[in-house]
Design a protein around this ligand. Structure first.
Ligand code: MN
Length: 244
């Protein structure tokens, strides 16, 4: 069988020698572990290239990184929002909308999930610590990426997330995840439903019900696939959907 081609979004890092397209190897390694073929996508300025680029892909993986520009969901920037990358925002937004138009499977991780929600019309909590005082420490500054941080409760009943992780049941299955985010989904975009929450109510996963695979997770499964194989199943779900 032909391997599913999964586009993995990179971002732009300015180095002394010029701009570099950068992304953690964890994403590509996780796609390979799931039986897919990762293809790295640099941020491009020319959005007219999106359709041709998507023609060459079977699925899309939106990676983590810097905060989404709050202007995209009609808010002033909170002081805790550090550098934003408007070029990356508009590029990835165009990728998401293009992929959604053609029913291409999409998985968003951390910023990638937040970006999907914003692209489809939702909003974000810009800074959990100040805007949702009393929530857990979701930032976990300085902790290793594969360190498990807090439980998440999955929605009872059928969901793509539950099916992918083999945790689908009538009760609310619990999963322990890592956590490296100071933002989270606030208002979900039309057409999306939450499928997992931290004990403090923070949305940790969402998806679009229906035929097209569109899943966002706030945790970082890509950093867990090496030592916690159950998380590879999430990438297998993306690759499997991309193959069919
Ligand atoms: Mn978290």
């Amino acid at each position: 069988m032909k391997l599913a081609r999964i586009g993995v979004t990179a971002w732009t890092e300015i180095k002394p020698r010029g701009p570099y397209a950068t992304v953690s190897r964890h994403y590509a390694d996780s796609v390979v572990r799931a039986g897919g073929l990762p293809l790295l996508l640099p941020v491009l300025a020319d959005l007219s290239l999106v359709p041709s680029l998507l023609d060459g892909l079977d699925g899309l993986l939106l990676t983590g990184g810097t905060d989404v520009n709050p202007g995209l969901y009609g808010q002033e920037r909170h002081p805790a929002v550090a550098a934003v990358d408007p070029d990356r925002d508009r590029w990835e937004r165009a990728l998401v909308l293009g992929a959604r138009d053609r029913g291409m499977p999409v998985l968003g991780i951390c910023r990638g999930a937040q970006l999907i929600n914003v692209a489809l019309g939702g909003t974000l909590v810009q800074d959990l610590a100040t805007q949702r005082p009393g929530t857990l420490d979701h930032v976990r500054d300085g902790q290793p990426m594969d360190s498990l941080a807090h439980p998440v409760r999955l929605v009872p009943g059928p969901s793509r997330l539950g099916r992918a992780l083999g945790r689908e049941s009538a009760s609310s299955p619990v999963l322990t995840v890592n956590s490296f985010h100071h933002q989270a989904v606030d208002v979900l975009a039309p057409g999306l439903v939450a499928t997992a929450w931290a004990p403090d109510g923070v949305v940790e996963a969402f998806e679009a019900p229906g035929d097209a695979f569109l899943v966002g997770v706030q945790f970082h499964p890509e950093a867990l696939t090496a030592d916690h194989p159950e998380f590879t199943a999430l990438f297998r779900a993306l690759v499997g959907s991309a193959q069919s």
